[in-house]
Design a protein around this ligand. Structure first.
Ligand SMILES: NC(=O)c1ccc[n+]([C@@H]2O[C@H](COP(=O)([O-])OP(=O)(O)OC[C@H]3O[C@@H](n4cnc5c(N)ncnc54)[C@H](OP(=O)(O)O)[C@@H]3O)[C@@H](O)[C@H]2O)c1
Length: 511
């Protein structure tokens, strides 16, 4: 399938991209392929180079060979890839310690000179979160960020920039998130900090703003008067699959890993007011208002608004799944939630009393990510005799699989008399555009290279989303649950999540 081109022709500035954690999974599987994609599509800077840094020993050649293993061979000849890879370098060093830095700095200077890149540098922290702070401190103390460049630089029109992309998880609670933000602020200005959330790079998530603000038919009903509730689901059919120690440790479960970050980000785009312009600061101002309006639950509310789950064994798509507590690296008595469902409220004029139900889980019946806006029933039931039960009208934004936007409403069954059935109007993304969407990392890296922070998180968004989730985490920590595991792999999670919905007269969309 061909790949789509961006309508925006402005090329990013020339720069060096330094990736810390270059031997890791994310760099090899996502970041280098994303940069390769941008280069192939003419969206990379005119002049650029990539320096990968981690402790494992590679020569430049060995690293380039390994990078080719991750390239999309269907569209890529080795010769083409080598052209891109001639800009790819590797330095074996420990970037968390000052001893590692003389070699890193020497390599940076050498590559900048060789490729005539100037002083623009994009640092990417693709490391486990405990290494974020030591590397940021090193970047600062090694003088890698040009101090005072905004005011003292000779060319004030185009001063060089240094930016940093910080991976997830961003903190593990409100205090650690604030601390990390403060550490970053000591070295970088807020407009140079790119807190990445790859959900914000997904095509259908980006389409949400277009759906809402480029059309006149949705916005009039996009409020508490017409919307009954919103459901956002991100379910995975696989379990932790060998990454038990990460999931039971730094990732810290479904609420921390998924709901606090990705799902609340998606919810903020559903809930935000129209921004004044599409400038990053205008868009982020509106998102921040949503985060600030998130109702922070009281401890006594938690049992009514939040459900945690943990999978036992079972099977998904005829594949046996080992129970979470039996995975290597997982505490056999672990209380970590592999499923979380939370009812949030956004206390604004627009959303007064309209719940946002967010859920995410591992080892579930299906892999899907979707946003469903459920509309309220008609005020007068004119067709009550024709249909015993109407399904609510739904606006379904399917992120994956089958990306697209679907409207579900009632229609007349053909024939004499009046019989009614729900029907679906379908905008199928791939059918419509005949293109394969680029990976979210390519979209987001392109933005960052052009200095566009729209789809990156502001510190206030992160700190407020932690504030809304922490009371739930505290309650769960103080009240261990003795029925875990409470759902079988291959199901839709614990029955308590259905009970929470049923009490509100609602149900999860499990189609
Ligand atoms: N993988 C994904 O799909 C994915 C998706 C979303 C977000 N993320 C986030 O991206 C980041 C990287 O994830 P990953 O999956 O790529 O991790 P990973 O495979 O474990 O790689 C981590 C990197 O850290 C380096 N490292 C490990 N221990 C170190 C130490 N003591 N001192 C210095 N360097 C050390 C490793 O290189 P050496 O051992 O060679 O030094 C490696 O390059 C994490 O924050 C993760 O949450 C990952």
């Amino acid at each position: 399938m061909p790949t789509p081109k961006s309508a925006d022709a402005k090329k990013p500035d020339d720069c060096l991209i330094v990736i810390f954690g270059a031997s890791g999974d994310l760099t090899k599987r996502k970041l280098v392929p994303a940069l390769h994609y941008l280069w192939k599509n003419g969206q990379a800077p005119e002049k650029f180079a990539i320096l990968g840094v981690s402790r494992s020993k590679y020569t430049d050649k060995a690293y380039r060979d390994e990078a080719y293993d991750f390239a999309d061979k269907e569209y890529e000849s080795r010769a083409d890839f080598d052209d891109f890879a001639s800009r790819l370098y590797y330095e074996a060093a420990d970037s968390t310690k000052s001893e590692g830095w003389p070699a890193i700095k020497e390599r940076i200077c050498e590559i900048q000179k060789k490729h005539e890149l100037g002083a623009n540098v994009l640092f990417y922290l693709s490391m486990a979160p405990q290494f974020f702070e030591p590397i940021i401190v090193q970047i600062g103390s090694q003088g890698m960020v040009t101090e005072g460049r905004k005011f003292c630089t000779i060319d004030t029109h185009e001063p060089p920039w240094q930016r940093i992309v910080v991976e997830k998880p961003f903190g593990s609670d409100p205090k650690s998130a604030v601390h990390l933000n403060n550490v970053l602020a000591q070295v970088f200005d807020e407009d140079e900090i790119y807190r990445i959330d790859h959900y914000l790079g997904k095509e259908l998530v980006q389409n949400l703003m277009v759906l809402r603000f480029a059309n006149s038919m949705f916005e009039p009903i996009w409020n508490h008067r017409y919307v009954d509730h919103v459901q956002i689901t991100a379910s995975e059919s696989v379990g932790v699959e060998g990454r038990g120690s990460y999931y039971d440790g730094p990732a810290g479960g479904s609420l921390r890993d998924m709901v606090q970050s990705h799902l609340l980000q998606v919810a903020s785009i559903v809930a935000m007011e129209p921004p004044i312009t599409l400038d990053a600061s205008d868009v982020r101002t509106e998102k921040i208002k949503v985060f600030k309006a998130l109702r922070v639950p009281e401890p006594e509310d938690v049992p009514n608004i939040a459900v945690r789950g943990q999978y036992g064994d079972g099977s998904v798509n005829h594949r046996e799944v080992t129970a979470y507590r039996e995975e290597e690296g997982v505490d056999p008595n672990s209380q970590t939630d592999t499923f979380a469902a939370v009812k949030f409220h956004v206390d604004t004029w627009r959303w007064g009393n309209t719940p946002f139900y967010l859920r995410s889980g591992k080892a579930m019946a299906q892999k899907k990510t979707e946003i469903v806006v459920y509309l309220k029933p008609t005020p007068h039931k004119l067709f009550r005799e024709q249909a015993r039960q109407f399904r609510p009208n739904q606006i379904l934004i399917s992120v994956q699989p089958n990306p697209g936007i679907r409207l579900r409403f009632e229609g007349k069954v053909p024939g004499t008399g009046m019989s009614i059935k729900d029907v679906v109007m379908d905008f199928d993304y791939e059918d419509q555009w005949k293109v394969e969407p680029p990976d979210g990392y390519a979209i987001l890296l392109y933005d960052c290279l052009r200095g566009d922070q729209t789809n990156y998180k502001h510190r206030d968004e992160i700190e407020s989303s932690w504030d809304a989730c922490q009371p739930i985490l505290d309650y769960w920590a103080e009240n261990p649950q003795d029925d875990l595991p409470n759902y079988n792999a291959g199901t839709w999670g614990p029955s308590a999540a259905d009970v929470m919905m049923a009490k509100d007269g609602r149900y999860w969309r499990n189609d």
